[in-house]
Design a protein around this ligand. Structure first.
Ligand SMILES: *Cc1c(COP(=O)(O)O)cnc(C)c1O
Length: 363
């Protein structure tokens, strides 16, 4: 078996020890005589996994006592809809920072539920998002129901470092593509959500952290399955959770903890990103990084060769050399190397060596 170096944007590579453990105990979970896939979600064996996941997530996120963790099916896109359904009341308006594809979709979903506006939109003249709004470009409505931002723009390769001042408005974050890649500053947010399949495990669920006090203001005239309060009251067991996905998230969180938690992930991820961007800058006669320097993402590094033909050759040759997932999103073209927690510094060194060699041969 040869495993590829996986630069997929999501679903993405998982830590090898997580997959090995899942494989080892697929038929018999911790000596219970059955697979975790076959356990009742009401039983104590799955219960250990479920509660362990919520506890580990809360711990690694550094959630303040005011916040609770939830597991919700449906991924981040369901959160785009659930958030306004719960917190956008008739007559109110919500603010969104439009910094990329997913941020724009989040705003569009809010507009189906009520009134929402862009408190900033940093689209370039050619329709791409290569930077983040400057503080003076963020025009928060002090009466907004909440201010929503996307901490890392997966498709355009930009990432917030310092979050804008929400001016007293509850701040909500989509952290899907950089959750637990760095300390999340959870205390700044009224609600955080993330689809699991980039940094935390497989597809199939979202992890949510919500401030209980703020939750009291949520609407109750929403179907139960879409109410955060119901998920909280039922300890994320209002219905059958995606038990196998939760189990893999549990293992992944355990791996993050064993490797030093969010702070250690941040150090590793900074080193990986620095290595790659330094090489691209050194080879700037060949490669171009579209993201503004101060906004470059440590999770999704976008770059291009001098022509679409060379981009294609880069991806094809890299694939032959064992590196998968480097083709950029269809909205941007070029290359995208996703450097989530499970990607190692050695993986990035291999990519850098390949990129140097490719530029030498084709430049
Ligand atoms: C991938 C992604 C989404 C969409 O996630 P789904 O789980 O597919 O709904 C939303 N936001 C961000 C920032 C993402 O990277």
């Amino acid at each position: 078996m040869t495993r590829k170096i996986n630069f997929n944007a999501g679903p993405a590579g998982l830590p090898l020890p997580v997959l090995e453990r899942a494989q080892k105990e697929l038929l018999d979970f911790e000596g219970t005589g059955m697979s975790i896939l076959e356990h009742s979600h009401r039983g104590k064996d799955y219960g250990r996994v479920h509660e362990g996941t919520l506890a580990l997530f809360s711990e690694l996120m550094g959630l303040p006592k005011t916040h609770d963790a939830l597991l919700v099916q449906g991924g981040a896109s369901l959160q785009f809809a659930m958030l306004p359904m719960n917190f956008l009341k008739p007559g109110a308006s919500a603010d969104y920072l439009v910094t990329g594809h997913w941020a724009k979709l989040a705003l569009q979903e809010a507009r189906r539920a009520g009134t929402a506006r862009a408190a900033a939109d940093c689209k370039d003249g050619d329709g791409a998002y290569t930077r983040l709004p400057r503080p003076e470009e963020v025009k928060v409505d002090p009466k907004a129901a909440y201010l929503h931002l996307t901490t890392n723009n997966t498709i355009y390769g930009t990432q917030w470092n310092e979050f804008p001042d929400p001016k007293g408005v509850p701040l909500v974050a989509d952290m899907s593509s950089d959750i637990l890649s760095r300390p999340p500053q959870a205390e700044k947010f009224a609600l955080i959500y993330a689809g699991a399949q980039k940094n935390l495990g497989p597809a199939g669920l979202a992890l949510v952290a919500v401030n209980r006090e703020w939750l009291k203001e949520a609407r109750a005239d929403v179907p139960d399955i879409l109410r955060y309060q119901v998920h909280l009251d039922k300890k994320s067991l209002a219905h059958t959770p995606p038990t196998f996905a939760v189990y893999l998230v549990w293992l992944t969180l355990g791996w993050i903890k064993a490797n030093g938690g969010a702070a250690a992930m941040a150090v590793r991820n900074q080193a990986k990103a620095d290595l790659l961007y330094a090489a691209l800058d050194r080879l700037s006669g060949f490669y171009r990084v579209p993201a503004a320097k101060e906004a470059r993402s440590r999770m999704n590094a976008l770059f291009r060769a001098p022509s679409p033909e060379l981009d294609e050759a880069f991806c094809a040759e890299a694939a032959k050399a064992g590196m998968a997932g480097l083709k950029g999103h269809r909205a941007t073209g070029g290359m995208r190397a996703s450097l989530y927690n499970a990607v190692s510094l050695d993986d990035v060194k291999t990519l850098v060596a390949f990129a140097e060699d490719f530029a030498r041969r084709r430049g």
